[in-house]
Design a protein around this ligand. Structure first.
Ligand code: AMP
Length: 173
């Protein structure tokens, strides 16, 4: 996991002052790093998942690879107005204002066991909205998984009682 940390780059003051952005592009650029994270998620969920839900947009990259590796389908939780067919919407609070995610109403069959996947867990608002959407479509959330958890923001608490798993955790900015 130290190798994984070495492939995550801190970009201070992006996208705004005071935020330290965790940039995973060096990890995606590393053949070994990319294979390592995809394997970590897929070995954890082999035979236990029917669908992967990727959260826009870095969750798509990971989600597609993990779904492929597990031999299951991929569903996309997208920002409003991007999905063409009938959707459900879940809104969540941001520091200033709110945002929302949408999911196709027929994204997966009712009763599907769904793995929710994104690159990073911060306050948990985004993943919480994704979980709500899975429930609305009639799926069962197996776990919400992330490469990175910013544990000082307590996102895990916000996602309770759903199980959460992260490959690396940061205790401070
Ligand atoms: P949150 O809803 O607060 O848990 O934020 C999670 C979403 O915002 C994820 O889709 C992340 O990609 C993105 N995000 C939040 N904080 C950061 C950060 N410090 N570095 C990179 N991405 C972040």
């Amino acid at each position: 996991m130290e190798e994984l940390r070495a492939l995550i780059r801190d970009i201070p003051d992006f996208p705004k002052p005071g935020i330290v952005f965790k940039d995973i592009t060096p990890l995606l650029a590393s053949a070994e790093g990319l294979r390592g994270v995809v394997r970590a998620f897929s070995e954890r969920h082999r035979a236990g998942v029917d669908f992967v839900l990727g959260i826009e947009s870095r969750g798509f990259t990971l989600g597609a690879a993990v779904a492929y590796e597990l031999g299951v389908g991929l569903a996309l939780a997208r920002k409003p107005g991007k999905l063409p067919a009938a959707t459900y919407r879940a809104t969540y609070e941001l520091e200033y204002g709110s945002d929302a995610l949408e999911l196709h109403q027929d994204a997966f069959p009712r009763g599907s066991r769904v793995l929710v996947l994104d690159d990073l867990l911060a306050t948990g608002g985004t993943a919480r909205a994704a979980i709500e959407l899975v429930e609305k479509v009639g799926g069962r959330v197996v776990e919400a998984d992330f490469i990175i958890e910013l544990s000082f923001l307590n996102g895990r608490k916000r996602l309770a009682p759903y199980p959460v798993h992260a490959l690396v955790s940061y205790e401070k900015q």
